[in-house]
Design a protein around this ligand. Structure first.
Ligand code: NDP
Length: 400
């Protein structure tokens, strides 16, 4: 049915490559390209062993638009799945426009020199994608991604108006390391050390980092201290569901993780500006990434599970209702299937499903879209088939 190019050969790229190969009726030709070709070759060889499917590989610098355009023109994909880093979103979108290719990613654009992420840069491509007749699907991982589709599904089937949305993200896994991040350390540390932010009564409320926290109960896991942080899907969800009076995002962190994070910040290792070290320019957080465990390698001894979902309060037929929809994902099962841990799995599977929606014509229209703007039903159906089954609970105490 379709020719797909995956860019990025980290933990998430590994899962996307396995999952597209498992759906070879939809993805008839596959290429995996990244900065380090040997990583693509290793993934392609593992995919071949497990599924028998061939994946082509290539080297590309996704910061370089002409290099990307040359690769796109040579391979001629219909869709690019961008699972490199958020820094590359705009160059890949530029190359897509130049070569006539549609686009999908899992994280919104971030400039390298400022720890700031927002959709404005990518939403600015709306007219150009529309005019070119190309589709750009933004934020199609788990959060953003599945959490946004969960919200759209709730709005479509269970509520007349959404009033309160709390996205709850728990990783109750244990990788056995004193400190490691579950996805790219640089992006992860930039995200969790910034100020908290949530939407209330038509405006953003800013908090100090990790200032607001409370224990929340997660299914099959139990009670975990959960911290209010800012997360990118809140920006598009409050725009696309304007009846929301409040929208917040909660993430669990262990005490050990927070202590390490505080030390990293206090000693200046989270800095994103260049410093001079023995006549050599280095960015401390990039140096730190080089010495921390590679998130893609955490899978082998990872036990426990993740639990991510949406807790929603709103109105249906004039009555107040509550709704909780979530997925639990086992790190061990994810590793057994793809060789990657649960956080990479919960991001890579939805990216593949979004691409499948594109090739099946269900999520395909000219312009730039966040995932909640598409029909959630076929995507929700695939989550159950592709390894991320979901559970829904009605009229329960949401704790929030
Ligand atoms: P990794 O750091 O493990 O992998 C990133 C990959 O991108 C590496 O293979 C890297 O190459 C490649 N890359 C980096 N820069 C370039 C470049 N200039 N040109 C070509 N390739 C490049 O990250 P993850 O796999 O953990 O995460 C991938 C993406 O998924 C990130 O954008 C992250 O923010 C997003 N994410 C989204 C989530 C969601 O739920 N929505 C959750 C988790 C992650 P090299 O190997 O040479 O370093």
């Amino acid at each position: 049915m379709g020719k797909v190019l995956i860019i990025g050969a980290g933990g998430v790229g590994t899962v996307v490559a396995h999952k597209v190969a498992q759906n070879a009726d939809v993805f008839t030709e596959i290429m995996l390209a990244s900065r380090t070709k040997s990583k693509c070759d290793a993934i392609a060889s593992d995919v071949k062993k497990r599924t028998g499917v061939n994946i082509k590989t290539a080297k590309v610098d996704a910061d370089n638009v002409p290099e990307l355009v040359a690769l796109f023109k040579e391979f001629k994909p219909e869709l690019v799945i961008n699972v490199a880093l958020p820094y590359q979103d705009l160059t890949i979108m530029d190359a897509c426009l130049e070569a006539g290719v549609s686009y999908l990613d899992t994280a919104n654009y971030e400039p390298k020199d400022e720890a700031k992420f927002e959709y404005s840069w990518q939403w600015a491509y709306q007219d150009r994608f529309k005019k070119a007749g190309l589709t750009a699907i933004l934020g199609c991982g788990f959060d953003p991604g599945v959490t946004s589709v969960f919200t759209a599904y709730a709005a479509k089937h269970h509520f007349d108006e959404l009033h309160y949305l709390d996205i709850v993200d728990c990783n109750a896994g244990d990788h056995g390391k004193a400190f490691a991040t579950n996805f790219n350390p640089e992006i992860n540390i930039r995200e969790v050390t910034q100020k908290g932010k949530y939407w209330e009564n038509g405006k953003w409320v800013i908090t100090e980092p990790h200032e607001i926290h409370k224990p929340l109960t997660y299914p099959e896991i139990g009670s975990k201290e959960s911290y209010l942080i800012y997360h990118e899907e809140l920006e598009s969800l409050v725009k696309n569901f304007p009846t929301l009076k409040r929208a917040r995002f909660w993430m669990t962190f262990g005490q050990e993780y927070l202590t390490h994070l505080r030390v990293i910040q206090n000693i200046g290792m989270a800095r994103i500006d260049e410093i001079d070290y023995n006549g050599c320019k280095i960015v401390p957080i990039q140096f730190l990434k080089a010495v921390l465990p590679d998130p893609g390698e955490l899978g082998e001894n990872y036990t426990g599970q993740t639990s991510i979902g949406c807790r929603i309060r709103g109105i249906k037929d004039g009555k107040e209702r509550t709704y909780y929809v979530y997925n639990n994902c086992s790190h061990e099962a994810a590793y057994k299937e793809t060789g990657a841990q649960g956080v990479s799995y919960t991001t890579g599977v939805p990216a593949m499903i979004g691409a499948m929606m594109f090739f099946k014509g269900k999520w395909r229209k000219p312009g730039v879209f966040n995932v909640e703007e598409f029909d959630p039903d076929p995507f929700m159906k695939q989550l159950n088939i592709q390894g991320l089954p979901w559970v829904e609970l009605h009229d329960i105490d949401l704790e929030l």
